[in-house]
Design a protein around this ligand. Structure first.
Ligand SMILES: O=c1[nH]c(=O)c2nc[nH]c2[nH]1
Length: 426
């Protein structure tokens, strides 16, 4: 659909004419036959009627505009945001679901991640990880790397080169892990400082470091406290795992003298309004209250929760506590890097919890669309094809339930095209 003719040139603007979907509110997708104007990488106008083109031309008289008419059944929507994904684990996607979390980590995951002590292995894998993510329409991702600074910097470079927006975390873990995949307290903090500098040296406003203590099972209190100080000193986001599996929750209690998971993180200073907590299946009411008070976001990873047989997160319960909730693919706990699949899994999981607890209604496609696109995606657009005999609203719904990532044929970050030509129906 977007031929080279339609690619944005300096000094030129693009006006897309057709249907676009956006989700500035959780329960509503607004769909309009309208126009979207992109200038120098930024959406400068989103209007309701092609008649408004004259106003845009008047507002930007010096700009030469090129019109791109969407065909029947095509529409624009924000790029997807994957709030929790392990880049080094992509080679393991779909493997090893015969074990629960703690055993799965030891048998499959740590050995897979240990291989990234080889920077060449990292370069090779991370290039295709980023390509895969963009091909799924994921324009923003929060990536876990490994404990290896240089290899994780390669992930940041691959992301920067492809034009994706991302938060990149060098993983920290200093106990309870294999000898060949562990670091000392001092090493972990020093390497993280160097990692932050390394990412900042890329001078790419779309790529940021994120503080990444793996979880309370593999980080001691000193490490977690040191990391929270680093986050504060550098105004950084934090990502970690919480309350994913019942054995893990019990183990954390044992390790930290009876404290619950949330208190362990809170006492280390890790709970801030820039903290992403993956999973959160077994949080108590008081833990949820504290998480809400601190302003953290819980990342729901439904595909992973089912694959690893961890349990099912009751998103409605989190919402009742007014905890902010986003979505993550969690590859390779989850087997699919697709946010479309993640949205479907979120709906399925919610329907499953609805049966024994039918007071609350299951999540709707509008709600999961919002969760997968909210926040920073306002200026990103992606496009795809759909069945043209349906109404606009039905097209979006059908895309979420049955759409195929291979239909995503152009991905934009801040209006700049970063990937095209995957498939076109023409
Ligand atoms: O799904 C998960 N994937 C991981 O890599 C991990 N590490 C700690 N806890 C985890 N959960």
């Amino acid at each position: 659909m977007f031929s080279s003719k339609a690619e944005q040139l300096p000094g030129k603007g693009l006006i897309f004419i057709g249907t676009y979907a956006h989700s500035l509110e959780p329960v509503q997708i607004t769909i309009e036959k309208g126009i979207l104007a992109v200038l120098n990488g930024v959406i400068v106008a989103a209007e309701k009627s092609p008649g408004d083109i004259a106003c845009i031309k008047q507002k930007f008289p010096e700009v030469e505009w090129e019109k791109v008419e969407l065909q029947s059944g095509q529409f624009l929507c924000p790029g997807f945001i994957d709030l929790h994904v392990h880049a080094p684990q992509f080679p393991n996607a779909g493997l090893g679901y015969d074990m629960p979390l703690l055993e799965w980590l030891q048998k499959y995951t740590y050995p897979c991640e240990q291989k990234y002590s080889d920077v060449n292995h990292a370069k090779y894998v991370y290039k295709s990880v980023v390509e895969k993510m963009l091909s799924c329409g994921t324009t923003t991702a929060c990536y876990f790397g490994t404990i290896h600074r240089e290899s994780t910097l390669e992930l940041a470079k691959a992301v920067a080169l492809a034009g994706q927006r991302a938060f990149i975390g060098k993983v920290n873990m200093n106990f309870g892990c294999p000898e060949n995949y562990s670091e000392s307290l001092e090493e972990s903090l020093e390497e993280t400082k160097k990692f932050i500098d390394g990412v900042l040296e890329l001078k790419n406003s779309l790529v940021k470091p994120i503080i990444t203590p793996r979880f309370a099972v593999t980080c001691d209190s000193k490490l977690m406290t040191g990391l929270s100080k680093l986050a504060e000193a550098n105004s950084l986001h934090i990502q970690t795992h919480i309350s994913e599996n019942t054995s893990e929750v019990e183990f954390v209690k044992e390790l930290f003298h009876g404290k619950n998971y949330t208190d362990v993180y809170d006492q280390a200073g890790l709970l801030t309004n820039r903290t992403l907590l993956a999973h959160g299946i077994y949080l108590s009411d008081s833990e949820l209250e504290l998480i809400r008070e601190r302003g953290c976001t819980v990342v729901h990873c439904p595909n992973s929760n089912v694959s690893l047989k961890s349990g099912i997160c009751k998103v409605r319960r989190l919402q009742k506590h007014t905890v902010n909730v986003g979505l993550g693919t969690d590859v390779s706990g989850g087997y699919s890097a697709s946010m479309l699949n993640c949205m479907r899994s979120a709906i399925d999981a919610s329907i499953v919890t609805f049966f024994p607890d039918s007071e609350s209604s299951p999540l709707t496609y509008n709600e999961v669309f919002y969760m997968a696109t909210s926040g920073a995606a306002k200026e990103e657009i992606s496009s795809f094809n759909a069945n043209d005999s349906l109404t606009d609203s039905e097209i979006i719904q059908k895309f979420i339930y049955t759409g195929d990532d291979r239909n995503i044929i152009a991905v934009y970050v801040d209006g700049v095209q970063v990937k095209t030509g995957l498939k076109s129906s023409q």
